[in-house]
Design a protein around this ligand. Structure first.
Ligand SMILES: Nc1ncnc2c1ncn2[C@@H]1O[C@H](COP(=O)(O)OP(=O)(O)OP(=O)(O)O)[C@@H](O)[C@H]1O
Length: 599
């Protein structure tokens, strides 16, 4: 992430965060100021009570004092509640904005950031900011106002004694300001440590089966613990600074109190001032501790919050996918559903596609084949518009993709990915994920089509049974069929299928073949093919090698004239780049070129 921005800019962010709640904040501040005002009146009544105590019991003054105490407590409580509620509201707004942004980032941004760290920005960092936006605001404003009021009353009571107090406090203020910068740095390090810890924990929990099977629990625990220790060390550094600051101020205040007592006592003895005056002054001097500590705490909270604010700001300014563009028109006659024209693409500085051209006509079945790393998945990513080509053009139904709205393009395609296609939730939620309004009949049709009926019957609550985190209560083959059923349910114009490489049993294999056949009936299909049966069924096969299209055509034609394709067929077409071996010809019955059309 970028270097820490200027604290002033972050302070402006802070003010902006609270600005939506300025009325409630103002009310909360007003209430706490009133409460402090009620508190400030108390020593004046005490002074009168002390000076008049010799004559009779000043009942009215005592009742007045009791009322002041009760009033202060009530008003304070109301102010605090408003404040806490505003804090929660600020965090809610911030989290909503962050979550909306994090789900719309440009795809390459996800490659550069760790998921756990992004999660920590929404969770932990926003919680820290809750304190800053509200508590700090009130601590600073009411603290400063009350301190000014207290100081004014002290000066009015005895300017000389006040000078004593002011000198000692000034010394403490110098100590505090020198520590503040270091406190900000330490707090930011602590927040980053927490982010790194969450990211490492997410890494381990996300791959828990691999961790277990590799007996790496200890190493992963150590790794996460090291991150926790880094956060701890930075937290302790911040704590050291905070704990030096508070006693420095307290020491100064206590010292000044003692001086006031000593010098004030002498003055009372010499009749230079009244006892009531001295008591009131001393009360104000002790009262000054609260607002001053409050201002200090406020400054400390802001400094601590700067780290969190910086991280939230960074997450809130990560680049998102641009939206907008034209709506996709109805397919003009003869235009292919999808066309690549001399498409080049690079991941950062690394060219991955070098001048790829091919077309997928309406209802056609096109297969992409190539060794591992040839660029097949990258082509699907470009079609789904997760990335944009470095040069060249992708056309949807004859219109350049660059001119079209991404969401509109995606509404016409369905992607069946090999990786984690099933989300936490029920089977029904997963099936209707891309088409939430699908009818029960439609749902039953696709469930039957991909042979999921048995799975639904087996599950305790049928379609409403939970499938576990990433579908871990389903088998790999079942997850793949759920993904295909989901794709079929939204009736796309083009289905992008990264064919499962995992072994499927004969029944599932047949279900998949049937599903793919059905897809070909309903829409165009662009498939990364790993099985010979899929390749043979395609009307057109695009052979990729090193990011280039090295051959294209039907299976028989390619076997005759493309050495790369022949090698792939000999290697069993699994895309692992092996050479030699035997041709894994599947039984004709399961792989015939059904529904073939000229593409
Ligand atoms: N997000 C990424 N950032 C950088 N490089 C990437 C990224 N994704 C893929 N690559 C690289 O781009 C090249 C093409 O990858 P791609 O996934 O498209 O290949 P593939 O043909 O689908 O391979 P496989 O059959 O093994 O899935 C590979 O060399 C890969 O290392």
């Amino acid at each position: 992430m970028s270097a820490p921005a200027a604290p002033r800019a972050r302070l402006r962010d802070l003010a902006r965060l609270a600005s939506g709640h300025s009325r409630t904040l103002a009310a909360a501040i007003a209430l706490t100021v009133v409460a402090s005002g009620l508190g400030l009146l108390q020593p004046l009544l005490v002074r009168q009570a002390v000076d008049g105590a010799g004559r009779s019991v000043p009942w009215a003054l005592l009742v007045g004092l009791a009322l002041l105490f009760a009033g202060q407590a009530l008003v304070d409580a109301a102010g605090l509640f408003l404040l806490e509620r505003t804090g929660e509201a600020v965090v809610l707004g911030l989290r909503r904005r962050l979550v909306a942004r994090l789900l719309r980032l440009r795809m390459d941004v996800y490659d550069r950031h760790r998921v756990g760290d992004l999660l920590s920005r929404v969770g932990t960092d926003t919680t820290v900011l809750r304190e800053v936006t509200t508590q700090a605001a009130v601590q600073l404003v009411t603290g400063a106002l009350t301190a000014v009021g207290t100081v004014a009353l002290m000066v009015w009571l005895d300017p000389l004694l006040f000078l004593l107090v002011a000198t000692t406090i000034a010394v403490a203020a110098v100590v505090v300001t020198t520590l503040l910068g270091r406190l900000r740095v330490a707090s930011e390090q602590a927040q980053r440590g927490v982010g790194a810890m969450s990211a490492d924990l997410e890494r381990a929990l996300g791959a828990i089966r691999t961790v277990r099977a590799s007996r790496a629990e200890r190493r992963e625990t150590d790794r996460v613990s090291r991150r926790a220790e880094e956060a701890y060390a930075a937290g302790v550094r911040a704590a050291k600074l905070t704990s030096v600051m508070s006693p420095a101020v307290e020491l100064a205040l206590r010292g000044s109190l003692l001086l006031v007592l000593l010098i004030g006592g002498t003055m009372v003895a010499r009749d230079a001032t009244s006892l009531g005056n001295l008591v009131a002054f001393l009360l104000y001097a002790t009262y000054l501790v609260v607002p001053l500590a409050s201002v200090l705490q406020g400054i400390g909270t802001v400094q601590r919050g700067m780290g969190a604010l910086q991280r939230v700001h960074e997450a809130g300014t990560l680049p998102t996918e641009p939206t907008g563009g034209a709506t996709l028109p109805a397919c003009p006659d003869g235009s292919p559903v999808l066309e690549f024209r001399d498409v080049w693409f690079r991941y950062r500085d690394r060219p991955v596609l070098r001048g790829v051209s091919f077309a997928v006509p309406e209802h056609a079945h096109v297969a992409l084949v190539g060794r591992s790393g040839a660029g097949k998945s990258t082509i699907l990513s470009l079609v789904a518009r997760f990335h944009e080509p470095t040069s060249g053009a992708i056309r949807f139904s004859g219109r350049p993709a660059a001119e079209l709205d991404r969401a509109e393009c995606r509404a016409r395609i369905a992607l069946v990915d090999q990786n984690t296609p099933v989300l936490h939730g029920t089977l029904r939620e997963n099936l209707t994920y891309a088409a939430p309004d699908a009818s029960a009949a439609e749902l039953a049709r696709v469930v039957d089509l991909v042979n999921l009926g048995d799975v639904v019957d087996r599950l305790p609550d049928g379609l409403d049974s939970p499938v576990g985190e990433r579908g871990n209560q389903l088998s790999g083959g079942e997850c793949q069929r759920v993904a295909i059923a989901r794709a079929l349910l939204c009736r796309p114009a083009l289905l992008l299928l990264d064919e499962p490489t995992a072994h499927l049993d004969a029944i599932n294999e047949a279900a998949l073949t049937r599903a793919i056949g059905q897809v070909a009936e309903e829409c165009a299909l662009l498939v990364i093919a790993h099985r010979l049966s899929t390749v043979r069924r395609a009307e057109h096969i695009v052979v990729l090698d090193g990011g280039r299209v090295v051959a294209g055509g039907g299976h028989d034609q390619l076997v005759r004239c493309s050495p790369v394709y022949r090698d792939l067929v000999l290697a069993g077409l699994d895309g692992t780049g092996g050479t030699g071996g035997t041709v894994v010809e599947e039984p004709e019955g399961s792989s015939g070129p059904t529904n073939a059309r000229t593409g």
